[in-house]
Design a protein around this ligand. Structure first.
Ligand SMILES: Nc1ncnc2c1ncn2[C@@H]1O[C@H](COP(=O)(O)OP(=O)(O)OP(=O)(O)O)[C@@H](O)[C@H]1O
Ligand SMILES: [Mg+2]
Length: 284
């Protein structure tokens, strides 16, 4: 079943002089088994939205439905531990939370905490370290001796070792160089494609959206402004302009050629297809 937000509003510090309504009447469905990107300006409510997925935040009104769990406002919500095992949340700079003496122990911590046996936890940790591309020679090293990109991958392995059905990542590539970013994005893409898991990705990088996402949700001032497939998203020129999004080069080039009279399909989102389209026009 899809993830659903039904008329969800969320207010920080209610009934205080600092109260702030960060989400306003959110109605949204997120498809299972897909990669959904959540984009929008700073302060638009992206992090607030995704923290509802494992009940770190509870709606002030409305309900969030995740798998068979309904999280509602103003009621004691039970069964949250099972939900938290099924929804892995990777925060920005997750490597700040690495703390064990060895990489392997660090990644085993989650499964052990969720009552797996030592052997089960070890097997899960080894599998997820393999998924993120950390070599076995490193398993017994201190996580603190790794490079920034490696640390980030170990921290993500720590979440993957719980084998969550839904993986939520809040700006997972922030602060990484292009190569480190690409490695991390590949981990999410593999987790989605090889294991058929749902991945939800908060990002500022529309090139990552273009390269990896299936669907896109646009947040604006606490509201969902847009939610559709990636291909349709990249045809919304006016919205992109208004929100001052930095568009990937292939989309900029496509749009600019269309404006200059080239007959190109607005569903083109790859360089190969764009070149094909240009060649057809030039030869015609
Ligand atoms: N603990 C808090 N108390 C009060 N207001 C908060 C709190 N956390 C966030 N806010 C406010 O809620 C709004 C949405 O914040 P949120 O962190 O969800 O935005 P965001 O889209 O994730 O932004 P960014 O891209 O900068 O991470 C912002 O205006 C923010 O100032
Ligand atoms: Mg945020």
């Amino acid at each position: 079943m899809a993830i659903q937000f039904k008329e969800v509003s969320f207010e920080y510090s209610p009934n205080s002089p600092f109260s702030f309504q960060a989400l306003k009447n959110i109605n949204l469905e997120i498809e299972e088994g897909k990669i959904t990107a959540i984009v929008g300006a700073t302060g638009s409510g992206k992090s607030t939205l995704v923290q509802h997925l494992n009940a770190l935040l509870i709606p002030s009104s409305g309900q969030v439905i995740v798998q068979d769990k309904v999280i509602v406002a103003n009621k004691k919500n039970t069964g949250l531990k099972a939900l938290r095992e099924n929804v892995g949340l990777v925060f920005q700079f997750p490597e700040a939370q690495l703390f064990e003496e060895t990489i392997l122990k660090d990644v085993m911590f989650g499964p052990l905490n969720f009552k797996k046996t030592h052997d089960e936890a070890k097997a899960a940790a080894i599998a997820s370290l393999q998924l993120v591309g950390i070599e076995p020679e490193l398993f017994n090293q201190s996580p603190l001796e790794l490079s920034g990109g490696q640390k980030r991958r170990v921290a993500i392995a720590g979440i993957l070792s719980m084998n969550p059905d839904i993986l939520v990542c809040d700006e997972p590539t922030a602060g990484l160089d292009p190569q480190g970013s690409k490695q991390i994005m590949k981990v999410f893409s593999d987790y989605n494609q090889k294991l058929n898991k749902t991945v939800i990705l908060v990002t500022h990088d529309l090139q990552h959206v273009l390269d990896y996402a299936d669907n896109v949700v646009v947040m604006d001032k606490g509201e969902v402004l847009y939610s559709d497939t990636k291909i349709n998203f990249f045809t919304q020129e006016q919205m992109m302009d208004e929100l001052e999004f930095v568009l990937p080069k292939v989309i900029l080039t496509r749009n600019s050629l269309i404006k200059k009279g080239f007959k190109l399909d607005s569903s083109i989102i790859t360089m190969d297809k764009l070149i094909e389209g240009i060649l057809k026009e030039v030869k015609a």
